[in-house]
Design a protein around this ligand. Structure first.
Ligand SMILES: *[C@@H]1O[C@H](CO)[C@@H](O)[C@H](O)[C@H]1NC(C)=O
Ligand SMILES: *[C@@H]1O[C@H](CO)[C@@H](O)[C@H](O)[C@H]1NC(C)=O
Ligand SMILES: *[C@@H]1O[C@H](CO)[C@@H](O)[C@H](O)[C@H]1NC(C)=O
Ligand SMILES: *[C@@H]1O[C@H](CO)[C@@H](O)[C@H](O)[C@H]1NC(C)=O
Ligand SMILES: *[C@@H]1O[C@H](CO)[C@@H](O)[C@H](O)[C@H]1NC(C)=O
Ligand SMILES: *[C@@H]1O[C@H](CO)[C@@H](O)[C@H](O)[C@H]1NC(C)=O
Ligand SMILES: *[C@@H]1O[C@H](CO)[C@@H](O)[C@H](O)[C@H]1NC(C)=O
Ligand SMILES: [Cu+2]
Length: 382
């Protein structure tokens, strides 16, 4: 009760006091409230305390050595053998592919559903753990702060500036393209479709550490509108066959107008119920971040083929954690959504007891991935 009162009082004060402050200042204040609320309820001894909690940082806040260590570890995952049952994903060749395979298999039940946030929270944690335990990475999963770079040139973001300490840059520009249209993945009447305009790349990634990056799985979605480069279809309809190819990107900064500090603030302060927060977040800023990266050969199913996926989804996880941390009493265990994407076709609401599947890793309940500081998790975002 006290905690809840404290948080609401703090939010009310922010309303009055900071109405005129700029958007970034308000986001910083909200981050501090989240950190405060997260740290002050941790026990002083035990597995997760304010002293030993792991800190996930914005990529620009990692040292050069930290960035190089991360890049090395991601490339290492691409050299280790796959562990997933080959009957599930015969095209998976590397450890990196396992995570993408799990995402492809689970796509239609973990997007626009009640498990969307919790499922991706666990996937990122499994990925971070593999980078650390199997490839000797010393840090934690960094995130991409969309808002920080939303109105700047692409080269202002050290994550994607194409330098040796970035995750590589844009794809080579290909003019005269039409954009893509992703059909809804489940057969329903009058299905919604997702259009992505052509951006500023469209070709293969040509600079930075990922120039030789190979995708093995997918694509799954056959884009209705053709684009710049021909992408061989996967030998299997489910996209889980072997289809080695290079990485395509098609950055478009304009799409990040849906990801500004003002929008983040509105979500954290004014979207007080999960029933407002989840559909908006899933459909607008989350989708915009994906479409920023690429419009084609980077569909809803196969998007973890590009390592930028984990930075985007760490930021999605961060904004959810911030939202929860504004007022744990009312928000920590809030769920919204059913078992089917956008409730098409209609199904029952998801519950905390529902199990989520990871294919190469044991099932886990939604309940056990609601908190970043419980059930074996212990991290906070800067
Ligand atoms: C965080 O908590 C400390 C004391 O625990 C307090 O002094 C500080 O003002 C708090 N900051 C925010 C942003 O609430
Ligand atoms: C980027 O996205 C905007 C907004 O959807 C669109 O108008 C524009 O055509 C896209 N492409 C480029 C190169 O700006
Ligand atoms: C774009 O669409 C037009 C009209 O449908 C078509 O003629 C053209 O071939 C398409 N361009 C590409 C690159 O596919
Ligand atoms: C970016 O610029 C546009 C147009 O000038 C403005 O409306 C928007 O608020 C700006 N966004 C950020 C994050 O500064
Ligand atoms: C929340 O909504 C109120 C009323 O519409 C508005 O004045 C305020 O600016 C909003 N706050 C944020 C952070 O968007
Ligand atoms: C399902 O959840 C929504 C809000 O997310 C709620 O309005 C609705 O009443 C719930 N349905 C049932 C049957 O509990
Ligand atoms: C980056 O690190 C500095 C110094 O530790 C900190 O003050 C700042 O808040 C961090 N920025 C972000 C975006 O986390
Ligand atoms: Cu996803």
């Amino acid at each position: 009760m006290f905690r809840s009162f404290y948080s609401l009082a703090a939010l009310a004060l922010l309303f009055l006091g900071l109405a005129l402050a700029d958007d970034k200042t308000l986001t910083d204040k909200l981050v501090n409230i989240y950190k405060n609320n997260t740290l002050r309820r941790l026990p002083t001894t035990g597995a997760c305390t304010a002293k030993n909690i792991r800190v996930r940082k914005e990529w620009g806040n990692l040292s050069s050595a930290g960035r190089l260590d991360y890049i090395r570890a991601v490339k290492c995952l691409k050299t280790l053998p796959s562990k997933i049952d080959p009957a599930k994903a015969p095209g998976a060749r590397t450890r990196y592919d396992d995570f993408q395979a799990a995402h492809i298999i689970q796509t239609t039940v973990v997007h626009g559903t009640g498990s969307f946030f919790a499922w991706h929270r666990h996937l990122i944690w499994l990925y971070e753990t593999a980078l650390r335990n199997e490839c000797g990475y010393h840090g934690y999963q960094p995130y991409w702060d969309w808002s920080k770079y939303a109105n700047k040139s692409l080269s202002a973001n050290p994550l994607i500036d194409g330098s040796a300490t970035s995750m590589s840059g844009n794809g080579k520009y290909i003019a005269g393209r039409n954009g893509t249209l992703q059909p809804f993945p489940i057969p329903v009447e009058n299905p919604p479709a997702l259009y992505c305009p052509p951006g500023t790349g469209g070709g293969f990634v040509y600079n930075g550490p990922l120039v030789d990056w190979k995708l093995n799985l997918g694509p799954v979605v056959n884009n209705v509108v053709t684009n710049g480069l021909h992408v061989n279809p996967n030998p299997r309809a489910d996209g889980l066959g072997y289809n080695p190819r290079r990485l395509i990107r098609d950055f478009n900064n304009t799409l990040l107008q849906d990801n500004t500090y003002a929008i983040v603030n509105k979500m954290l302060v004014n979207m007080t119920s999960m029933h407002e927060f989840h559909p908006y977040f899933f459909q607008v800023p989350h989708t915009a971040g994906h479409l920023f990266i690429s419009g084609y050969d980077n569909d809803l199913f196969t998007s973890p083929g590009d390592p930028l996926f984990y930075f985007h989804h760490a930021q999605v996880d961060r904004i959810w954690a911030l939202w929860q941390g504004m007022d744990f009493a009312t928000r920590e265990f809030a769920l919204d959504g059913t078992l089917t994407m956008l409730d098409l076709p209609p199904t029952r609401n998801a519950t905390l007891d529902d199990l989520m599947k990871f294919e190469f890793s044991p099932d886990i309940s939604i309940n056990d991935r609601m908190s970043p500081t419980a059930h074996g998790l212990c991290y906070i975002y800067e």
